[in-house]
Design a protein around this ligand. Sequence first.
Ligand SMILES: Nc1nc2c(c(=O)[nH]1)N[C@H]1C(S)=C(S)[C@@H](COP(=O)(O)O)O[C@H]1N2
Ligand SMILES: [Mo]
Length: 406
Amino acid sequence: MQRRKFIKGATLASFASLVGAEIVYGLKMPAGYVPLALQEPDPFKLFKKDAGMVVLNDKPWNMEAQAHLLDDKVTPSSKMFIRNNGLIPEDINIASWKLTIDGESVKNQKSYSIDDLKSKFKAYTYQLTLECGGNGRSEFDPPAKGNQWTVGAVSCAKWTGLRLRDVLEDAGYNNDAVYIGYHAADLHLSRNPEKEPISRGAPMAKALQDETLIAFQMNGEDIPLAHGYPLRLVAGGWPASVSGKWLTKISIRNKVHDGAKMEGSSYRVPCETVAPGEKVADEDMCIIESMPVKSLITYPKSGAMLSEGKKLSIRGHAWAGELEVAQMDYSIDFGSTWHSCILEKPVNRLAWQHFSAEVDFPKKGYYEVWARATDSRGKAQPMLLPGWNPKGYLNNACHRIAVKIG
Ligand SMILES: Nc1nc2c(c(=O)[nH]1)N[C@H]1C(S)=C(S)[C@@H](COP(=O)(O)O)O[C@H]1N2
Ligand SMILES: [Mo]
């Protein structure tokens, strides 16, 4: 929280420049007092988040969950991570909100009001896993710049909305369409309206999937402001950066979308494995598509204590991008031997799957429980770190919790 530190040592003149006006009785302010105009809002109250959530950045707001907070089968808003690249739009008027479909490959450019969308197209509900491409970044060495996510930048809420496909077909598109790109109403940190904080997208094949939604509800209610009210693109199984919040426009492109954060090292990884710390040329970077297989032990919380002779029930979720999770195992001997968990089917494609197991410990002492998911193509999570990459994406290492038997 850089800003708070800065305010501590601030002078009256710097306060005035931040407030944008002379603080008339400024000299009378008690020592250490921060003018209301500069006090930070409480993000927990502002976004109605669980007290256990962790703030990683306040400008823009970024908050993550902890593993044990993600125990619900359907993630409630209070425990859903927030990842913003810019400033949340203010003064949203849903009566005048428009979604425009345009781009080089659109047949008929069209704009829809929210009422148009709701009355014209059928609504569908799916539970969809959204994981930030940078989830797990904090473990990479050398460290990667960006929010230092541990394990909590993942959610699986129930999203209700129209199929993007139905809307794209209503506008029509030409054979040369290869990609869609989204545009949104959030503001660049510079407050320059010409600049977009983020404008990403996906190939047509992903855009046309049944589960790719233009959502207007999350968990049966209006989408919370921080998560994209009033309209959001939701593309489960891909880096959550594809799921544009505060959606205003979808461009049907005749080339790979070239919006903000589509290029350089943003949401891209070296096409081939590189040595940690190596410089990678732009043309050797590939856009992240389906997220890799991963899992999280959501019960118990790391640090659990148990008396000798008792079994420990563990549970959690596993997901594998576009694929299903085929097998789930746990180890209590640092990955030397593995035992299978009970693994449920997903409620729908692209939803996380629940697992559970009863774990026996041979004697008193310190243990770690490691969880490892394997996808339907036989690819398992790496026990520790996967390949290093410049921006620290795609860390799908096994989740590990500590347990003490006494
Ligand atoms: N308009 C807009 N959409 C956005 C973002 C953003 O900053 N602006 N962040 C993206 C990223 S990087 C992620 S990980 C997810 C986070 O979604 P959440 O905050 O609802 O959890 O939203 C994506 N959609
Ligand atoms: Mo992200």
